[in-house]
Design a protein around this ligand. Structure first.
Ligand code: NAD
Length: 341
């Protein structure tokens, strides 16, 4: 009863437990769905509190990848893997080579990539044993494409919610000036938006202030500022009952994964009149880039594909209004219509 009833099994095609004594690898590979193509999703390394936490995490994440890849219109399915261990102290080449051998045995049903706790260098060890690994960094960081997706997503949201074609003069409260956030901020600034930013990284804040004319607020005050758009680009679960009472924005459009603390927050946002661009739709630019690279599709077509995120969101927003339902639920259905048989 434990495995099938208590865990988020949700129609996973295949879940593989890998234990390799020599390297000490304890890993789980979850293949959620391959109807659209081989499952693709990153490998997370984390010091999980228990094996149950690890299983639940990988199942939740792999299911999420199916939805994200499907809604992005990519010819790939959804999967994810986790390595149980401390990414700061437990990494060895042998660990990632053993993972590579496990992927090889799956014969391409799952393709991995870097994720939280793993790096391109780790993936290079995986690649010594298997070709089923993407995003080795041949053409660099996918974050600028994630940022582009966020920007076109924000444009679609502004058009739908504020009936405006321009960002000129809009105020954006942007949380997290990292790989994605800074590039997104740069695009917003270039389009005439005013930025209010928060980060824990002083250097990033100073750069945003001097280069982009951004106003700086504390990491807590970012939820309270008067703005048109809230752009979460740092942490997950920042849309929760506490912040919902504080946010004064009309739109949420940012890159962070798992922005809704619980599924019902999607509906609460709708009731509050806030248009939410579902995270897994708006932040797919990076996976689009990585997928094109892995499948050797023309790099020249990546940008046009990422820009389609704007069209997909426009469709989601319109349907959500028409049906009086949350954008996140509608986006799930758009994905399901593509991958479910
Ligand atoms: P990053 O680590 O480069 O940037 C995160 C930034 O957030 C850093 O500048 C960090 O200092 C800041 N930060 C941390 N805690 C904060 C806090 N409490 N308040 C404000 N700022 C804080 O990460 P990234 O690659 O830019 O990704 C950002 C988010 O987008 C993550 O949630 C990530 O999962 C998601 N995402 C990224 C990509 C991608 O292509 N990189 C793709 C999809 C989703």
């Amino acid at each position: 009863a434990f495995i099938f009833n208590e865990l988020n099994f949700d129609n996973h095609e295949q879940v593989v437990f890998v234990s390799e004594a020599k390297s000490g690898l304890k890993g789980i590979i979850a293949v959620h769905n391959t109807n659209l193509g081989p499952a693709m999703g990153g490998c997370r390394m984390w010091n999980y509190a228990s094996e149950a936490h690890a299983i639940n995490d990988v199942l939740r994440l792999s299911r999420g990848m199916t939805y994200k890849n499907a809604v992005a219109g990519l010819p790939i399915g959804g999967g994810k893997s986790v390595i149980i261990g401390n990414p700061k102290t437990d990494k060895t080449p042998a660990l990632f080579e053993a993972l590579g051998e496990a992927l090889e045995r799956l014969a391409g049903r799952y393709i991995t990539a870097e994720d939280v706790g793993t790096s391109p260098a780790d993936m290079a060890y995986v690649a010594t044993k298997t070709g089923y690994v993407a995003g080795l960094g041949d053409s660099g960081d996918p974050s600028p494409f994630t940022a582009l997706g966020c920007f076109v997503g924000a444009q679609a949201a502004v058009k739908h919610q504020l009936k405006r074609d321009s960002m000129e003069g809009l105020v954006v409260a942007l949380q997290g000036l990292g790989h994605v956030g800074y590039d997104y901020a740069r695009r917003l600034h270039a389009a005439g938006a005013k930025l209010i930013v928060a980060d824990i990284d002083e250097a990033a804040l100073e750069r945003a202030r001097t280069e982009l004319g951004a106003e700086i607020v504390s990491t807590s005050a970012i939820y309270d500022v008067q703005a048109d758009i809230y752009a979460p680009c740092a942490l997950g679960a920042t849309l929760n009952p506490d912040t919902l009472d504080r946010l004064k924005v009309k739109i949420v459009a940012g890159a962070a994964n798992n922005q809704l603390a619980t599924a019902d927050v999607g509906d609460l946002l709708r009731q509050k009149g806030v248009l939410y661009a579902p995270d897994f739709v708006i932040n797919a630019g990076g996976i689009i880039k990585v997928c094109y690279e892995y499948l050797n599709k023309p790099q020249a077509d990546v940008e046009a594909h990422v820009r389609e995120i704007g069209d997909t969101l426009a469709e989601v927003f319109t349907r959500a209004d028409r049906e009086g339902r949350s954008t996140s639920v509608v986006a799930d259905e758009v994905a399901e219509a593509r991958f479910k048989r």
